[in-house]
Design a protein around this ligand. Sequence first.
Ligand code: ZN
Length: 668
Amino acid sequence: MSTAKARTAHAKAILGPELHQRLAETKVLLVGAGGIGCELLKNIVLTGFGKITLLDLDTIDLSNLNRQFLFRKKDVKQSKALVAAQTAAPFNPNVQITPIYGNIKEPQYDLEWFSQFDIVLNALDNLDARRHVNKMCMATQIPLVESGTAGYLGQVQPLIKDKTECFDCIPKPTPKTFPVCTIRSTPSQPIHCIVWSKSYLMGQLFGEDEDAVGELDEAEKQGENAQEIATLRREAQAFHAVRQALRTSTASDAAKLIFQKVFDADIRNLLIMSDMWRARTPPVPLDFDQILDGSFVLRSEEPPAAATAPSNGKSNGVLKPANAVASGSGSNGAANTDAGSTTLAAGSGLKDQKQLSLKDNVLLFISSTERLAARLQAGEETISFDKDDDDALDFVTATSNLRSAAYGIGGKTRWEVKEMAGNIIPAIATTNAIVSGLIVLQALQILRKSYNKLRNVHLQVKPAVPLSTITMCPPNPACGVCRDTYAMVLCDPKRALLGELVKGVLGDDEREVSVYEDKRVLSDPDWEDNYTRTLESLNVTRGMFLTIVDEEGEWGTISVGLGVLPANHPADAPPFILPHPLPRPPRKIKAPPPMPETPMRVSLKRGAPDEGGEEIIDLEPTPKRPRLKTTADENIKSPSKKRRLDEDGLILMEGKDDMLDDDIIVID
Ligand SMILES: [Zn+2]
């Protein structure tokens, strides 16, 4: 028997001839060819899936090669989808893989395009794309297996419209952010200084020329200290001078100017606000020259040995590791920490893992500032933080450590800063492999239509129960995604009028409705001005959804996905083709009024299988939550800097419980 035949024989014996035969004809869409995607592609090719479309928007990076085993060094910079398809195709001579180097959110991947598949497998690394694929699958009623890993943790979740929860039935936790004043004036943890450096300082110095007025306006509205805001405003304006220096004068002067502004003058300004430091340790302004010549005393109460030892490099003012800061202000604590750091620095020899002294940080600050300034002067217009940009990482390491030193916070190594600033959770090949195997098992249950055997599976750090399985929950009745009634309308946005299309979809149903595109209000019963406009003039085009919401809240919402007219559609025919039959949303079931007297029922918290300990946990139906509000005012607020900071995606996982949530994000 040939190798290929022997392989088929095993799969056939395990799956049974009927399912095995069906797999060859099953059209599967695999979204993502990264850590999970590579493993999963190999699995489904070997299992016998015959028609695979593989889509990924990324190219191969050198750092992928330790776990994305379909790629080799020669493939770096090539499309992941294309290379993965080339590598995996020979695993099964009967497989047909269609690779696409593209973004799943592009308009050509519309409902009609999704409709060609029998099943969709997600191997994605970001929330936005996951939510998009979830919606497309809910709209087309195509089963989806969703997955994610974070370090040693992983999750696989089958999602089928009307049968199970969808990805959006449970709101995802919003990424943790910090109040602007914590970042800008009262940091207390290393992460505060890292965020300050990468999101604020880098932006001020190397970003676009803009002041931080929006952010401060917002902070003022939130009722933050007005005097503090005024100081921060002055501080922002003074950045113009150093920005100029970076772009014109010799860079070492610029480095000193920046240092004196940021680590000396700005801190002195903050110290004037004595109220702020009543219950906090006030920061210490840093002295550029004194640090360099070894005469600087960081905190006078500390024993001179720790802070002002002769400038022989390693042991001078070594910043304590963050976890040693809370206690140990006595001489013993400081001495021990210092000794420990010296050993570490001498022992590891790795630049990235070395604890940097105050002087080390100043030198790193000068050299990285010079390198970044040279890039600006060579024509780069802006430089923003990228964990893989060595100059930027050095700059953020040095400046965040210097700020930490000024505030009495422990320092971080370059490696630690990279992890924290890049929100990196290490991607682990074995976790990806286990999760990919689980995805195939769930996909096979879906194809067998054994819906009662589907499980939400968690891979967890618990030796006795490494895998926990949870029976599927029914859809959340209040979900704003899977409870909608979907329809597809093929149209020419240049000619189709909003009003005609909406009336066409509603047919003889003359309810009063509001119409949205995402969060944009296009019309409501008292404002139908846009009804006579074309979809194109409203920026509503292929791949988007029109959401038709019943004004009385009595009927379900209709979501109309827009596709393109077939090529042979006559030019004089109506500019859209309505679905047959027209969508008829169900009448909404009114939620029973709350009964405060009833004692709360204790139910197992979903997503934390650790608490249960059993292998199978039956859960209460998901509690109702209000439908996502889609009001106009949500949309009107202009994006402030703070919001952009949020969108930078700073996600902190403080404990293992955080990681057990559904929103497992792979940073690949
Ligand atoms: Zn849902």
